[in-house]
Design a protein around this ligand. Structure first.
Ligand SMILES: O=C(O)C(=O)C[C@]1(C(=O)O)C=C[C@@H](O)C=C1
Length: 368
């Protein structure tokens, strides 16, 4: 029997400037025909005023307007009026990902990914954008851990072609460089070029922040690895372009929201889940078989040691032996509106020790 929160858990919507009291409320809704239920418990710790958000309806007592599909799905087609939190400053790749997902959105820069999550949880932003994996560097594990620690839902994905530039102040030449600053992922993606330059690499929080720092301090021996738009924003010279190790350098970003979207079947959907299993031969094989026997294509599987319960004690002859206990993050090509996918998860739930659906969302089929 699976433990832990199970299915898509919507948070309550509040009208603009609503004051909520400290009483807690909970509700349970059933989705589809599976009997899979959604449990939501909302426990505001104290009275507070929720900032006015674009996706909220009018105050209940005044000029009620009819609900639109935007109120239901939480997104307008072009992203107008949606505030998207991202880590970094203007010119970061995460900002471009936000603009790809929601072209006319208002982007909200945040110091850390954790803050971007909190911005959405506290109604300061409507969405957060989070880099999840890169074709050169693999998964960004910290962000997978954050997905579990917070209660946001994946509502979309964006694949972005990441083309790094080496940026320096005007007049600075390649041979003047002693140091290069950037996000650790970006530095790792430019391994070959940076090795050939014989420079010291220094990690900072985001690529655009590195460009801003180089410009602000008028550094003459330091460059930044960042985007071409960061070069324009911070008025830096492009010393080299396309310095990533592989010309097809793609980062996959996830869009997160307080509420899940209602999964459809009108276009290709993907579903992301996380689960854990008991120790024993063939357990993972059995888990993956729930998808293969239903012809559901898996697009990703990733295992991460459980941080809170890292060691699993073995029973029987191996008494006393301990292994790492893992969480498995899986993406599959199906919508949760699809009965086949619902049955696969019901089947998995029969023997998984924990199962959570992180989101069911439209697949990004256009690479930018
Ligand atoms: O620093 C940025 O510009 C980011 O958006 C972060 C980030 C990442 O974390 O992977 C995003 C895309 C690139 O892969 C490099 C850095």
């Amino acid at each position: 029997m699976a433990t832990g929160a199970y299915f898509l858990t919507p948070s309550p919507r509040h009208p603009p400037s609503t004051t909520i009291s400290s009483s807690s409320s909970s509700c349970q809704i059933k989705l589809f025909t599976t009997g899979i239920s959604i449990q939501t418990k909302y426990e505001p710790h104290r009275r507070r005023t929720i900032p006015k958000t674009s996706c909220c309806a009018n105050s209940p007592s005044q000029n009620k307007r009819p609900l639109t599909s935007t109120d239901i799905t939480g997104s307008s087609k072009d992203g107008a009026g949606i505030r998207v939190a991202y880590q970094g400053v203007s010119g970061a790749y995460s900002e471009s990902a936000a603009e790809k997902a929601y072209p006319n959105c208002e982007t909200v820069p945040c110091e850390q990914f954790d803050i971007a999550f909190q911005a959405v949880e506290n109604w300061i932003a409507d969405r957060a954008v989070l880099p999840a994996e890169n074709s050169l560097g693999g998964s960004i594990h910290r962000n997978y851990d954050l997905l579990l620690r917070h209660r946001l839902h994946i509502v979309g994905e964006v694949q972005l072609s990441v083309r790094h530039c080496l940026l320096a102040n005007h007049g600075v030449k390649l041979e003047d460089l002693k140091r290069v600053l950037s996000h650790p992922q970006a530095l790792a993606q430019c391994e070959h070029k940076l090795t050939s330059l014989h420079v010291v690499r220094e990690s900072v929080d985001d690529t655009a922040g590195a460009a801003q720092f180089v410009a602000l301090h008028k550094l003459e021996d330091t460059a930044a690895v960042a985007s071409i738009s960061a070069a324009r924003i911070y008025d830096l010279n492009v010393l080299a372009q396309d310095i990533q190790d592989d010309s097809d350098n793609i980062t996959r970003f996830l869009m997160l929201a307080r509420d899940p979207i209602i999964p459809g079947t009108d276009r290709p959907f993907k579903t992301s889940i996380v689960f854990s299993l008991d120790e024993g031969p063939g357990m993972l094989y059995k888990a993956l078989a729930v998808f293969s026997m239903r012809d559901i294509n898996l697009t990703k599987i990733e295992s991460r040691p459980q941080r809170k319960r890292p060691l699993l004690r073995l029973v029987g002859n191996n008494d006393g032996l301990k292994h790492f206990d893992y969480l498995f993050y899986c993406d599959f090509e199906a919508s949760m509106a699809d009965h086949n996918a619902q049955n696969a998860l019901k089947h998995l739930k029969e023997f998984a020790t924990f199962l959570r659906v992180l989101g069911s969302y439209p697949m990004d089929v256009n690479l930018l």
